[in-house]
Write a protein that binds this ligand. Sequence first.
Ligand SMILES: C[S@@+](CC[C@H](N)C(=O)[O-])C[C@H]1O[C@@H](n2cnc3c(N)ncnc32)[C@H](O)[C@@H]1O
Length: 223
Amino acid sequence: MPPPTDVWDAGAGYEPYVGRWSRLVAREFVDWLSIPPGGAWLDIGCGTGALVSAILERGSPRQVVGVDPSAPFLSSARRQVTDARVEFRAGEAAHLRLPGCAFDAVVSGLVLNFTPDPEAALREMVRVARPGAIVAAYVWDYASEMQPIRRFWDAAIWVDERARALDEAVRFPICAPDALARVFAASGLERIDGCAMRNLVPAAPDGRLRMTARAFAIRASRR
Ligand SMILES: C[S@@+](CC[C@H](N)C(=O)[O-])C[C@H]1O[C@@H](n2cnc3c(N)ncnc32)[C@H](O)[C@@H]1O
């Protein structure tokens, strides 16, 4: 079976699939970070703008830059988020084409595992962060408590063992607290701290799909 590739070309499809969950987790993450009002934020892999929206709602930022390589996701984000403090730019985590030491908070939601080299992405996040800034990220707990996706793969593997190679829990070992902490530590960040964010997935009107979506978050300070 060829290695799976992740395709990001349908912003409208992303929203009813994972966007409705990623928006919940993004709010919790912004609250957890407690960045002082008036900060300049950078969101790497901003997608359709879930985390950017949460930053605007709860972080009282002066500026938010959202970067993503997907043109369709960026178009969707630009349609949904029209706040003048926000700028969306095309870009890749490991090559941001942004000045160094420019942001008070450099964040990334549900993205690190999709980057070809998470350590290179972290190095770039650190480069653009000001001394003392917060660098932080979160990823789904694919192996266990991101229940909708976990249930899907458990059923798929039960039907056909070959599905195991496609399971995000297998493909993305970085999606665990220890692995995240190792990548953060390797990039020279200090005061590394993590938490698990657990959200109840909104149920359909008929009550189906009451599951939780858990993500692991990590934050640290740039020296
Ligand atoms: C699961 S989505 C998360 C989007 C958004 N942050 C959210 O919380 O809803 C993953 C995003 O990572 C982006 N992405 C994939 N590879 C990337 C890379 N190498 N650098 C930056 N972003 C990347 C995709 O285009 C997509 O928008």
